[in-house]
Structures are given as C-alpha cells and as structure tokens.
Ligand binder design. Structure first.
Ligand SMILES: Cc1cc2nc3c(=O)[nH]c(=O)nc-3n(C[C@H](O)[C@H](O)[C@H](O)COP(=O)(O)OP(=O)(O)OC[C@H]3O[C@@H](n4cnc5c(N)ncnc54)[C@H](O)[C@@H]3O)c2cc1C
Length: 400
C-alpha cells in the first residue's frame, strides 16, 4: 500500500489530502503540520475573525472529525526536520522516520521580520497564525496607538481592523504609495484614500527603524507615538527544507507546470511553490488563498500520475471597511502600459483593467460582483480589446 506524505498542514496540504481521497487513493495519507491547530484558512485572521465577527470554528478547513473519517493521519505539532531522499523518508521533530512513496511540500511562507533596536519587544506583533490574530484582537482597544509597518494587503487589512476598534493608526511604508508593488501607484492611491477617509495617517517613503515603549522612530527621524507596532512587510517562502534536501529552489521550491519538483517523487504547492506557469510563460510564486485552494488538489492529482497543467489566472480578494474587491492577474508595475475603468471609481464601485499593448493582463472589481470569472476569461483570451467597449458598463464583459 503506497504512502503519500504531505508536509505542511494548512490550506494547500489539507486540500491535497482531500483530493487524494476524492480521487479514490486508498493508500496511507500522512499530513504533518508544525502548528498545533488542525488546518485553517488565514484570510479571516486579518478580516472577520480579527474583527470579532467570525467564530473560531469558521476558520478551519475541515470539521475536527473529518481527518479520522477519511483515514488521514494528521499529526499536528510535528515539524519535519529533514528529507532523506535516498531512503524516501522524512524525519520529524518527534524523532519519527516517515517513509513516503510520494511527498508533497506545502510548507507555506513566514512573515519577514524586522530587526532593529526594540524589534524583539512584546509590543511588536506579526500576523500569520490564529494565535497572532488573537493577540492583535486583544491589543486593539479604543485609543490604542498603532503603527503599522507596511502598506501591503496584510498591513492595510490590519489597519482597517484597528480603526474599526477605534485605535489611532499610522502606516509607515518605504514605497511612495500604498500597495505599490501589488497594484501600482494609481490603484494603490484608491486604497490609501479609503484609509485616509477613515482617519488613518500615512508616512510614505519611511520605514520603522526603532521601537521604544510608546514610540516608533522612522528612517526620517520622526518619532511616532506607538503602543504597538504591527509588522506586515511581506513573507518569505518556507523552502529551507527543500533546499537542504538538494531540491532546486529560488524564491520557493521550483516546480514544473505539474507542480513536480526537481525530484520526480516530490511535489510542491501553495505559498511555498515557485511554479512554471504556461499562460504567463515564466516561474511564479503566488501567495494567495486561491492558489493554495487549487494548487493543493492539482499537486495531489499529479502525485496520482494524472496529467496536470496548473495554470490558473492568479486570483486574490480583500475586504477593508465596506470595500470588497477581487483581483485577477498580477498587475505589478512594469507589466502594463495603460489602465482603464468601468463604473464609478470615485464612488468605489468600479472595475479597473490593466492593459499591455491593448490586451487585458489584470482586472480588479471593487464593490462589483459576479464579474471576476469574466475578467479571468478576458485575461486568458489575450485578445485585443476595444477600449470604448471595455469601459462601457452597458456591454457585458463576455461580449467584448
Ligand atoms: C493574515 C493573512 C490574511 C490573508 N488574506 C488573504 C486574502 O484575503 N486573500 C488571499 O488570496 N490570500 C490571503 N492570504 C494568503 C493566504 O492565506 C495564503 O496564500 C495561504 O495561507 C497559503 O496556504 P499554504 O497552505 O500554501 O501555506 P500556509 O498557510 O503558510 O501553511 C503552511 C503550513 O506549513 C507548516 N510548516 C512549515 N514548515 C513545516 C515543516 N518543516 N514541518 C511541518 N509543517 C511545516 C506551517 O507551520 C504552516 O502551518 C492571507 C494570509 C495571511 C497570513
């Protein structure tokens, strides 16, 4: 009976295990996770769960009994410390040797950390785990002075949660604007304005350089009052295990379009994987929920020997205050030469399209719903679009 081992018990790993069973695999499935929790989803940790609107139970990928019911050997609180490729086995923190026929790495990513005077104090907080979210929720009290380092998605969602608890919030961001690398300056400004309208102060072009109780000192020498410093400066892939085992890595575990690593029996998916994307024609590492949700199952099918070409249009969503958005594609600066709008941008009910040489390469619907599949189809088609029709809300997107 073959044994398939999955390292990393979060969304990608749990969904891979589910797919193995759905596809009729009746060998052993061992799901090893460093965290004590059973697999859970992270998006609510900076949104509904952090705001206190979502119950703890709602964040889990499966009900507690699901793993036993599906004969998944979930071992929570167990870290894999090494991969012995010659012996086809993984070594664990509880001194077990777990042999595998196929191995899947869904080890995710870890927050980048700040290192400066005071950065190891208890008032300097990060957000990756459910325990981190619990800590932030307890710390966000009315009047608390919060400095957020980083105007990316995690920083801004945390900012919205802090403001909803009546904290005073200042955001420090070394780039010239919010979400600069994710959306570019024009659309990043939409989010910065939204936060300013909710009383948030931004200090662009500045980074945190020291934390003292009651104070963050910035790279411009400014002293910003702070009871808490929340750090959201991005995440790095957990690819050390793969690197130590001699697998090819480079900003994540390198895989082909079937999510297979440089070892034909080892696969990678989710935040940890840097995979060849046939539609984009290059390697991409995507740190988004949908990529874990769909990449885990794709890797599982690949482990089963099914032909897999994993090339979804990257998809992301965010909720901040009463703004909800979905974004398809990767509209970072340099990937587009034009932006077009459909709908009411000032009223925050619109679709933004990023175009390159007349073709839509990314699109974001803001407080407009049931259009993201159509946007993804437009991106995938790579066809030239007529701008006057693209921006005309009367013309359904599938007719473009
Ligand atoms: C606060 C927050 C909010 C987010 N919001 C959104 C959002 O709104 N929209 C969106 O699209 N995406 C969002 N994301 C991103 C999304 O949650 C991630 O893309 C997703 O969690 C990736 O899942 P994963 O299973 O690949 O990895 P992870 O969720 O990182 O899980 C990896 C797991 O592997 C474990 N692990 C690592 N090394 C080992 C080892 N050696 N042995 C055993 N276990 C190991 C880790 O402890 C962890 O539990 C958010 C992320 C965070 C942190």
């Amino acid at each position: 009976m073959p044994t398939f081992v999955i390292v990393g018990a979060s969304l990608a790993g749990a969904k891979a295990a589910e797919t193995l069973r759905d596809e009729g695999f009746d060998g052993q499935v061992v799901l090893l996770g460093a965290e004590l929790e059973r697999p859970y989803e992270r998006p609510p940790l900076s949104k509904g769960y952090l705001l206190g609107n979502d119950e703890r139970e709602s964040v889990y990928v499966h009900l507690a009994g699901w793993y036993a019911e599906h004969d998944i050997d979930l071992r929570a609180g167990v870290t894999v410390t090494g991969i012995d490729r010659a012996a086809s086995a993984v070594l664990t923190s509880d001194d077990a040797i777990v042999p595998y026929d196929k191995l899947l790495l869904t080890t995710g990513a870890s927050p980048r950390r700040l290192s400066f005077p005071g950065s190891d104090r208890d008032e300097v907080l990060y957000l990756r785990t459910v325990a981190d979210s619990d800590r932030l929720r307890a710390a966000f009290q009315p009047g608390t002075r919060v400095v957020v380092a980083g105007a990316g998605w995690i920083g801004l969602e945390t900012t919205a949660a802090a403001r909803s608890s009546d904290c005073q919030v200042t955001v420090l961001e070394p780039q010239p604007g919010a979400l600069h690398d994710q959306l570019g300056p024009e659309l990043g400004a939409v989010f910065a304005d939204l936060h300013r309208a909710h009383g948030v102060q931004f200090r662009f072009g500045e980074r945190a350089e020291e934390f003292r109780p009651g104070l963050v000192i910035t790279s411009a020498g400014a002293e910003v009052p702070a009871d808490l410093l929340v750090v959201g400066i991005g995440a790095a892939p957990n690819d050390q295990l793969a690197a130590a085992a001699g697998l090819e890595v480079g900003n994540g575990v390198l895989t082909d379009e079937a999510l297979r690593t440089s070892d034909e029996n080892i696969f990678a998916a989710g935040d940890a994987a840097n995979s060849f994307h046939p539609m984009l024609g290059r390697q991409v590492r995507v740190e988004h929920w949908a990529n874990a949700l769909n990449g885990g199952p794709a890797a599982a099918r690949s482990m089963l020997g099914q032909p897999v070409v994993y090339d979804p249009v990257p998809y992301f969503y965010s909720d901040q205050y009463d703004l909800g958005m979905e974004c398809a594609g990767l509209p970072s600066p340099g990937t587009y030469d034009e932006i077009a709008y459909r709908g009411d941008r000032a009223g925050l009910e619109f679709i933004a399209f990023w175009l390159s040489r007349g073709r839509v390469v990314a699109g974001m619907n803001v407080n407009v719903w049931d259009v993201n599949d159509d946007i993804q189809a437009l991106i995938r088609s790579a066809r030239q679009v007529d701008l006057s029709r693209l921006t005309n809300p009367e013309i359904p997107l599938p007719e473009l």
